[in-house]
Design a protein around this ligand. Structure first.
Ligand SMILES: Cc1ncc(COP(=O)(O)O)c(C=O)c1O
Length: 405
């Protein structure tokens, strides 16, 4: 067996199951889950209809490169969304079967485990807290993850300035998550300037995970994207790719549809890797994805639902926890320290007393540089409908008030 598999950590939801083992929540209260970040709004009719209308596609193998029509639809969307010069559908975009598999596969494509500095393994730089796939992708590519802790005092920005030069010299890939899971923080143009300068100096690839980019609050101010930042700073896409997804934007996590866009040289090798890896998107879903990327009405409607939930729930929770609106995405990243409970104990007792699930922040981070930056936080995924989210928030408030009494 591949010994690297033994280095993988249990997924946060496995840890949560262990935490809740033997706990019986009150039977009279229906369960409310703020735990898993799975979109729960209904799939728009235009996408359902497109799936049904293209079922004939089941009779053929899909091309790894995706259909030209899908690549054109994606390139148009990227060009429009990020105000770019026309993006080339032939070389600068690649459909993928959800951004998760692509985030993983990208590390297998980019990392050269034999190219080490001073006999030390290659490094994949990850934010901390972070989406767990980055770490597994790094480990299975034969690299070593290195964590840049997010700083609550700087809107959860990662402290890249604190990373020593010998670590940068070994870095081959850097994952960025913007808007971030779990913090919701969006990288600024200055953040990007710093990262591009580091990439130019040390030669690493930047993979920007932007799957929450379409969940935001101000219609006039969508989150800045990596390709947009590169263009604004007068550069091309060298050593830069972004990953996006329909899962959250269009409420189709089950369709497994996303894309990678950016540096054509990376995408060429990524396509080669994927031809063997075999993760092509079904032609049925390719056709439905064209419909989804070509329509913004359903995306605006989806966004409005999240805005309504955040504006109802955030002020309620701010009465009892340290929490505020994130820049974007659908999570509240709430500090629970003032309740006197550790984040995992908070989650366990909330579940035991009120049948509400939240994710302990420390499960989403690693201890690095003598700290676990998720410690003291909980992640609340506002994915259920507004009434359920409001009821969940009401129970959290009651729980916290009860602790103080
Ligand atoms: C930060 C982040 N990136 C990527 C993904 C993967 O999304 P998908 O594979 O559905 O595109 C998720 C899913 O929750 C996520 O939270």
């Amino acid at each position: 067996m591949n010994p690297l598999l033994d280095s993988l950590q249990p997924y946060p939801f496995e840890k949560l199951r262990a935490l809740f083992k033997g706990v019986t929540p009150p039977a009279g209260l229906p369960h409310i889950s703020f735990g898993i970040g799975e979109p729960k709004h209904p799939t728009p009719t235009l996408i359902r209809d497109a799936v049904v209308a293209s079922l004939d596609g089941l009779a053929s193998y899909p091309a790894t490169l995706g259909s030209e029509a899908l690549r054109v639809a994606i390139a148009r969307w990227v060009t429009w969304r990020y105000a770019l010069p026309p993006v080339d559908p032939a070389t600068q975009v690649l459909p993928v079967a959800g951004s998760r598999e692509a985030l993983f596969a990208l590390a297998q494509t980019v990392i050269d485990p034999a190219r080490t500095a001073g006999g030390e393994p290659a490094i994949v730089l990850c934010p901390n807290p972070f989406y767990q796939i980055y770490e597994g992708a790094a480990l299975l590519a034969g690299a070593q993850p290195y964590f840049a802790n997010s700083d609550p005092a700087r809107n959860f920005a990662c402290d890249y300035a604190a990373i020593p030069a010998d670590i940068w010299a070994r870095t081959q890939l850097l994952y960025v998550c913007s808007p971030g899971n779990p913090t919701g923080a969006v990288l600024t143009l200055d953040d990007w300037r710093e990262l591009f300068a580091l990439s130019d100096r040390y030669g690493f690839v930047i993979a920007s995970d932007e799957c929450y980019s379409e969940i935001y609050f101000d219609e006039a101010q969508p989150p800045l994207g990596a390709l947009e930042a590169a263009h604004k700073l007068g550069r091309g896409f060298e050593r830069l790719v972004m990953l996006s997804s329909l899962s959250k934007r269009s409420n189709v996590p089950g369709m497994r549809s996303g894309f990678v866009a950016g540096d054509a040289a990376i995408l060429k090798q990524f396509l080669l890797y994927r031809t063997y890896h075999g993760a092509a998107l079904s032609t049925v879903y390719q056709t439905a994805s064209i419909a989804a990327w070509s329509d913004e009405t359903h995306v605006r409607e989806n966004r409005a639902k999240y805005v309504q939930k955040f504006s109802t729930v955030t002020p309620m929770l701010a009465e009892v926890l340290d929490v505020r609106l994130p820049d974007a995405a659908f999570y509240l990243w709430a500090n629970v320290e003032r309740t006197g409970l550790a984040d995992d104990e908070f989650a366990r007792r909330l579940y035991a007393d009120y049948n509400v699930t939240v994710l302990p922040g420390s499960y989403l981070a690693r201890t690095a540089h003598d700290a676990n930056p998720g410690r003291g936080f909980i992640r609340i995924a506002l994915v259920a409908d507004v009434d359920e989210c409001t009821e969940g928030a009401r129970r959290i408030v009651e729980f916290c008030r009860g602790l103080k009494g």
